[in-house]
Design a protein. Structure first.
Length: 346
């Protein structure tokens, strides 16, 4: 197994059979070997810097009914909200004062935010804070819509493919949603010129090592600038309420593999990691990650953007999140930096 890790570090690629063997054959000793290799690659390109992204969850309305998601359309127990442009700009202003130079507008697929409305918000943000990068994470849209938002000033786009395998995708989503459509969106985003982020859930219902191997092959082909992965965590108001969550162990292992496969990629230690383990984000950084995403959303709505149960930091002010993460990173020998933190994988 160590030979496969060495091969991955040297060639940045493996066959599907090798991916399956490595994922199924993992052990604590092998994981330690992988993390040492992943950290050495991470340090080569990014040193001990940790980039912060200011996350603004601006709407929890969503037209979709994904089986795993707490803000799915049919969940009538969610208290729905939409932030006004003034509230969004206020979040950005707070974040800028705290040293954030990337803002992430994340929301459900909410038709209330059409191209014109979103374009105006994007343009205002870029006009007021021209030294900042703006990332969108708002789901599937048409090519023309992506182009319009890019022209308005958006720099990056996060769209997790969730799982590459079409059969597995169909077990996690309603019939209207198709894996190939989601993947086409990612290729469209790349063609337009966005810095593109994708990713998958680790330990989602019915997932196999073969599914994860297919995810790795797809990501290698896409060659994105960012990869966001996190453990599946069930939500009590979804059809998957009784399914076990993904594990910290497998998520960290996949992070290490991703760092070796695309050495210059931006790799977040996600909030979901911090939710399943008190030091999940620190462990993510030590496995090869180099990004954290504190929440800038108003505290009055944070609890309502509940994609999964027991999400952390829902009651913290923005400054608390920022300062807490800075202390956590310093405790393991890394430091949060004030920078746009563009990907070197261009």
């Amino acid at each position: 197994m160590k030979e496969l890790i060495d091969k991955l570090k040297e060639n940045q690629t493996l066959s599907k059979q090798e991916w399956v063997a490595l994922i199924e054959g993992r052990s604590p000793a092998l994981a330690d070997y992988l993390y040492d290799a992943a950290r050495s690659v991470r340090h080569r390109y990014y040193g001990h810097d940790v980039y912060v992204r200011g996350l603004i969850e601006f709407t929890n309305y969503c037209r979709n009914d994904c089986l795993y998601c707490g803000i799915r359309k049919s969940n009538s127990n969610v208290s729905r909200y939409r932030l006004t442009e003034e509230q969004i700009l206020s979040c950005c202003d707070t974040g800028y004062q705290l040293g954030f130079r990337t803002f992430v507008l994340q929301g459900g697929e909410d038709g209330c935010y059409d191209d014109s409305r979103l374009g105006s918000i994007i343009s205002d943000i870029k006009t007021r804070w021209p030294d900042c990068a703006l990332t969108l994470s708002i789901g599937e849209r048409s090519y023309d819509s992506y182009q319009y938002l890019y022209d308005a000033g958006a720099d990056r786009y996060l769209l997790r493919h969730e799982t590459f395998n079409a059969g597995h995708y169909a077990r996690l989503h309603p019939p209207l949603l198709k894996a190939e459509v989601r993947q086409e969106c990612l290729w469209n985003l790349k063609k337009i010129g966005y810095q593109v982020g994708t990713g998958f859930m680790v330990g989602s219902p019915y997932q196999t090592a073969e599914h994860l191997a297919e995810d790795m092959l797809f990501i290698k082909k896409l060659d994105p600038q960012m990869i966001g992965i996190g453990p599946f965590i069930s939500h009590h108001d979804t059809p998957f309420a009784g399914h076990p969550s993904g594990t910290l162990e497998l998520t960290l292992f996949m992070l290490g593999l991703l760092r070796l496969m695309i050495p210059k990629v931006l790799l977040p230690a996600t909030t979901a990691l911090g939710t399943i383990h008190p030091k999940g984000r620190e462990l993510g950084i030590l496995a090869g990650a180099n990004v954290v995403m504190p929440n800038l959303s108003p505290t009055t709505v944070r609890k309502d953007y509940a994609l999964y149960d027991n999400k952390i930091c829902t009651g913290d002010e923005a400054a608390e999140c920022r300062n807490c993460l800075e202390r956590r990173m310093e405790s393991i020998g890394y430091h949060v930096v004030t920078a746009r933190g563009d990907s070197l994988n261009i």
